[in-house]
Design a protein around this ligand. Structure first.
Ligand SMILES: Nc1ncnc2c1ncn2[C@@H]1O[C@H](COP(=O)(O)OP(=O)(O)OP(=O)(O)O)[C@@H](O)[C@H]1O
Length: 602
């Protein structure tokens, strides 16, 4: 026995409303979409000798939507309208509908759909009445020889849905969805759309067009855009504009682009049509030949979308390149706001790199500099780019204003070091050096024999005090003299830290294993340099071994760790706490004696 599937329409509508559509208001979009498709189909089949219109008329809780599109024959109604999942539009690239479910959205707000239609093929008007329980009737429509070609759909608000039929709401949605439609949409006689895309309006010349587009951009962004780029692609037939944001957007935020498909709004949050690196733009694009998904809130991810995105990337690139010649002042402004995204792009593209590198600012120990400015400060015979991708090391290096030393570039974004490496490779004779802690130490001036003698005790006590904390102590001289001590972490410091933590808290297998690993290393985890140029260190050098000197050295070490932004271990923290407590106790004891002294005198 063979049977047919039957569909529970109520269940299907629940499915659509809960999982496919963002809210009941999408019924406005689906009605309009069908109207737009019907108008296009009429133009395709019967020519363009009519003025397209879409109208909403709302009377109380009844809404009537009318289009003057191609209409439906009796055969169409049975085959397409009343068969869920079948569409007359499949394969017609110029129409948006294709799934054969859009009209069901009307059931989100109404229990029945009345459709009166007259086909452009000249048949008589028909009246179809569909119910949300899945039944429908079809009868001859109002027998008017002059009935206009097109379709009229009437909905009555179902319980709890009246607010979705309010004229002000319908006006707002219809205006948003149909903003770019090149013909009027009216709600109760008032036109609600802008009648076409501003970037296409060349009626009053190029200057007026630019002005209109910039005014549109200012409204979209809430502030005048820095500029805009006209976009036009072959793949997907995308047309529109990309506004250059007048502020620096956050790096994590992907573009929130407004995308239309065949003039109907798809999304205000589209992310896939523009390249990832272009987070300095907000685009408004109308895709003539890209496909929406079934929910019609995003583009279908296919080869056409990828090809369109590539073309848009090329056009944005070409705009930036062209700006260098056309309007360098604007380029400078743009780079100031968006250099992070331009760097990301330059890291992937050598032509772009060569073009933009001279303009891009880098954070350096001598302030923000472009690479030519930076190189002008260093040796001209042996040009060198010195950088650090370790923020702590960079900070310490930046503090050490060593005279005659090439400034250090802070290269902490992943693409920074790639950019520097590619730039060095492209430029003749420029050496690229990644800074290491050892480099900094090498720059320290060595002590005179007399200073060595004078600091012998200090050094011995420092080594003795700090070795249990896994730190090597040295006495050096470096600038600026205001820094009493500098600490550098060595690479296996983290290992030592983990070992200490596990040893202290759990012991056992892991602690033993890590202990063995650590035992391979002859070096201490950190290296600290006390600065003989600092008055405090010179004073400390005069102390003999004792609790005060040990306490002072321990605290200076922890201070150096903090200065270098190294996280502290529990032992280092307690060293700081105990040291502080001791100093405060000593100070209080001293103050007590001072206060007690006058009474003795009396
Ligand atoms: N206003 C209209 N004018 C002419 N035909 C219409 C109209 N509305 C619906 N139809 C017919 O009804 C069919 C089903 O419409 P429905 O909106 O459910 O699906 P679709 O538009 O084909 O596809 P999608 O689900 O992707 O929107 C359409 O394919 C079309 O043939």
């Amino acid at each position: 026995m063979s049977h047919s599937f039957s569909v529970d329409l109520g269940g299907l509508i629940d499915l659509l409303s809960e999982h496919l559509y963002s809210g009941p208001e999408v019924y406005v979009r689906e009605l309009m979409q069908n109207g737009v498709d019907a108008i296009r189909a009429r133009q395709q089949q019967f020519g363009e000798g009519f003025s397209p219109t879409l109208t909403f008329d709302i009377d109380g809780e009844t809404l009537t939507f009318t289009d003057n599109g191609v209409g439906l024959t009796e055969d169409d109604i049975h085959k397409f309208l009343a068969t869920i999942g079948r569409s007359s539009k499949r394969g017609n690239i110029e129409l948006i509908g294709q799934f054969g479910i859009g009209l069901l959205a009307a059931f989100l707000v109404s229990d029945q759909i009345e459709l009166v239609s007259r086909s452009a093929s000249g048949t008589k008007p028909l009246r179809w009445l569909g119910h949300s329980d899945g039944s429908y009737t079809l009868e001859p429509g109002p027998d008017d020889a002059h009935a206009p070609v097109g379709t009229r759909i009437t909905l009555h608000a179902r319980q709890g849905r009246a607010e979705y039929l309010l004229p002000e709401k319908v006006s707002q949605w219809a205006g948003e969805f149909g903003a770019l439609l090149p013909f009027p949409i009216t709600v109760n006689g008032v036109t609600v759309n802008e009648n076409g895309a501003p970037w296409l309006n060349t009626e009053y010349g190029e200057a007026a067009r630019r002005e209109a587009v910039l005014a549109y951009g200012a409204q979209l962004l809430g502030a005048p855009p820095l500029d805009f780029v006209d976009i036009k692609t072959g793949a997907g037939q995308v047309q529109g504009v990309a506004f250059i944001l007048p502020w620096t957007p956050t790096l994590e935020r992907r573009g929130q682009h407004r995308v239309y498909v065949r003039h109907m709004l798809l999304s205000d949050q589209e992310e896939e049509l523009t390249p990832r690196w272009a987070f300095f733009i907000r685009a408004v694009l109308d895709a003539g030949a890209l496909r929406p998904n079934a929910a019609r809130d995003a583009l279908r991810d296919d080869a056409d979308l990828a090809a369109a995105r590539e073309e848009i990337a090329g056009q944005l690139r070409a705009y930036l390149v062209g700006l260098a010649e056309r309007d360098p002042a604007k380029l400078r402004q743009l780079i100031e706001l968006h250099y992070l995204s331009i760097k990301a792009l330059a890291a992937e593209d050598d032509d772009f790199l060569a073009l933009f590198m001279p303009w891009l600012p880098f954070e350096t120990s001598a302030g923000s500099l472009t690479l030519p400015e930076y190189l002008a400060l260093g040796s001209q015979e042996h040009p060198e780019i010195r950088f650090s991708s370790d923020l702590n090391l960079y900070r310490q290096a930046a503090q050490l204003a060593l005279p005659g030393q090439t400034p250090i570039i802070r290269a902490i974004y992943t693409y920074d070091s790639t950019l520097l490496a590619r730039y060095a490779a492209l430029s003749d004779g420029v050496r690229l050096t990644q800074l290491t802690p050892g480099d900094l130490v090498q720059e320290f001036a060595s002590l005179t024999p007399q200073e060595l003698r004078e600091t012998a005790t200090l050094r011995d006590v420092a080594v003795d005090t700090l070795l249990p904390l896994d730190a090597d102590a040295r006495v050096s001289r470096f600038d600026p003299a205001e820094i009493p001590a500098l600490a550098f972490a060595r690479s296996h410091r983290d290992l030592a830290r983990t070992r200490e933590k596990l040893g202290g808290e759990q012991g056992g297998l892991w602690a033993d294993l890590l202990g063995d690993l650590g035992a391979d290393s002859q070096e201490a985890a950190a290296e600290v340099h006390f600065n003989i140029a600092h008055p405090l260190i010179r004073q400390a050098a005069q102390l003999s071994d004792g609790p005060l000197l040990r306490r002072v050295l321990g605290m200076l070490y922890v201070q150096a760790l903090l200065l270098g932004q190294h996280p502290l271990t529990a032992r280092e923290l307690s060293l700081l706490n105990n040291g502080l407590a001791g100093l405060i106790a000593d100070a209080l004891a001293g103050a007590g004696q001072e206060q007690a002294a006058p009474s003795h005198l009396n």
